[in-house]
Design a protein around this ligand. Structure first.
Ligand code: GUN
Length: 293
């Protein structure tokens, strides 16, 4: 069993990003600039945004965090997005999800200019991804692709089973794994809450991508011997073992599943760290205006 080491890989990619940023600055350009909008004070969102900002600093990017109270109106939020769309000093914009119920997420997503949509959530980017055109790939699926690529994991002709169909992970990663690319060229099955005989399907997976947000969901008897298992789960569960009072739990029962796998991602230290580099890679692409929309 080989551990897919997100810590090592993300450090390696961050060092490449730092070198590229240095080259940009030496050529007289400014550093890539990522703006993140954070609404309310959701603990997990605060942590994610803080770690995105920290990682930006580490590679020489500029980052701005724009905070709004939970009670912000949709109109005010959209106004800020439009302002950032028009600001030539900002390359990429993300609005951290989830948003309060009174705000229409789709409206927010579609207000961000596709050119600055480094989350890759705008329908223009999603559509371009489906057609294998240059676009921003959502950060977590992008991170997973980089992991498969850098560990040179064979994907062509394999059966990839994706657990979960969210717009953020399940749906985009299933498209990427089916595309005529490397990584890709898989036969993909997407499982969700209405799937019958789910265990029967997961047992057929050469690659299993678990993105349900259900701690320890994937058990030993659901995994084929030699499978590649990618655990996207990062649920905070209460814990007496940590100072903070919680720990991060994946969707896979790692202790019992790991020995059956050819490769597996740990949680933490796996996909989560790759998500951040996925976002930063997109921000660099935005700064260099590499995509011809
Ligand atoms: N919430 C959970 N994952 C993400 C993500 O990748 N982007 C944004 N904007 N919000 C999230």
């Amino acid at each position: 069993m080989i551990l897919l080491d997100g810590k090592k890989l993300s450090a390696e990619i961050k060092s490449e990003l730092a070198s590229e940023t240095k080259r940009l600055l030496e050529s007289g350009k400014r550093a890539p600039h990522l703006a993140a909008i954070l609404v309310g004070s959701n603990g997990a969102s605060e942590t994610y945004v803080a770690s995105k900002a920290k990682s930006c600093g580490e590679v020489g990017f500029i980052s701005s965090v724009i905070r709004f109270d939970e009670s912000v109106s949709e109109k005010e939020l959209l106004k800020k997005i439009i302002e950032i769309n028009l600001d030539p000093a900002i390359d990429g914009l993300i609005v951290q999800l989830p948003l309060p119920k009174h705000i229409n997420v789709q409206k927010v997503t579609e207000t961000i200019l596709p050119q600055k949509d480094v989350d890759g959530f705008h329908p223009v980017n999603v559509g371009r991804m489906m057609q294998n055109l240059p676009c921003y790939i959502p950060a977590t699926p992008f991170g997973i692709m980089m992991m498969l690529e850098r560990y040179r994991i064979e994907t062509s002709g394999k059966h990839c089973v994706v657990l979960g169909r969210s717009n953020i992970v399940g749906m985009p990663v299933s498209i990427l794994m089916a595309r005529n690319n490397y990584p890709g060229n898989c036969t993909v099955t997407v499982c969700h809450s209405k799937t019958s005989n789910l265990e029967e399907i997961t047992r057929q997976a050469d690659l299993l991508i678990a993105a349900l947000g259900s701690p320890g969901f994937v058990k030993e008897d659901m995994v084929k011997e030699g499978a590649v298992v990618i655990d996207v789960g990062i649920t905070r569960v209460p814990s007496k073992e940590t100072k903070s009072g919680f720990k991060i739990s994946g969707d896979v029962d790692f202790d019992h599943v790991a020995s059956k796998c050819s490769y597996i991602t740990p949680v933490p230290g796996g996909v989560g760290l790759m998500t951040i580099v996925g976002l930063m890679k997109n921000t660099l692409t935005a700064a260099k205006k590499e995509i011809d929309f």
